[in-house]
Design a binder for this molecule. Structure first.
Ligand code: CDP
Length: 219
């Protein structure tokens, strides 16, 4: 029996992961953070001393890297990269790796395989509702103002809010203007602006959408 496919897209730091995990748990289905996959490839690229803008070399890394992106841990070429993939170095290079069309085809194929194997799940990223699963049962676009997103990231990981806001705005710009699968809102997506909502309220709003469409009960 196959379950629902729920696509969650949105810009950096909007709260997609927290919402995605909570909804997956609530529905009893798996959760895939596709951003962690782009981050894992970027980690391997940097670790092998490859320039993130060198398309051919980056694609070679993506084709040869051994990675496991699990809900708890991310392992890249046998190294636990769970915290390093969230670090500043990977964060400032990931948009270049994610703009690489060859890398995107490899990862999109892996994402579709992940869902096919499980018969559904909650999948989070930038192009999930638009490109990876255009027929998803529910598409959400989770967003918030750059300031609020920066404040949330700093609360989680530390740092300076102004610097974080500048880095988020730059990543949004790169992700929204790239040629292949740019970050955009699918026409069928429900947009949730979480600027003035606490996480519990966001999860409640998503669960309400899920229940309103009865996508939780298999199809
Ligand atoms: O968690 P955060 O919002 O910072 O970003 P992420 O979801 O970890 O994604 C990191 C980067 O991967 C994004 O800035 C995009 O460049 C890229 N990405 C993508 O291009 N497509 C996806 N489906 C997911 C992430």
């Amino acid at each position: 029996m196959s379950g629902p496919i729920i696509a969650i897209d949105g810009p950096a730091g909007a709260g997609k992961s927290t919402v995605g995990r909570a909804v997956a748990e609530r529905l009893g289905v798996g959760y895939l953070d596709t951003g962690a996959m782009y981050r894992a490839v970027t980690f391997a690229v940097l670790r092998r001393g490859v320039d993130p803008r060198d398309e051919a070399a980056v694609l070679e890394v993506a084709g040869s890297v051994e990675m496991t992106v699990g809900e708890e841990r991310v392992v890249v070429d046998g190294v636990d990269a769970t915290s390093d993939i969230r670090g500043r170095e990977v964060t400032s290079s990931v948009s270049f790796v994610a703009a690489n069309p060859g890398v995107r085809s490899l990862l999109v194929e892996a994402q579709r395989g992940w869902v096919a194997k499980r018969g559904g799940g909650v999948v989070e990223g930038r192009d999930i509702g638009t490109v990876v699963f255009p027929d998803a049962d529910l598409k959400l676009f989770v967003t918030a103002s750059p300031r609020v997103r920066a404040e949330r990231r700093v609360a989680e990981a530390g740092g300076d809010v102004d610097e974080m806001e500048a880095s988020i705005i730059e990543r949004d710009r790169l992700d929204s203007t790239r040629a292949t699968s740019p970050l955009s809102v699918d026409a069928a997506a429900v947009t949730l602006d979480t600027s003035d909502l606490g996480i519990d309220e966001v999860v409640a709003a998503v669960v309400a959408e899920v229940e309103a469409r009865s996508v939780g009960g298999g199809r």
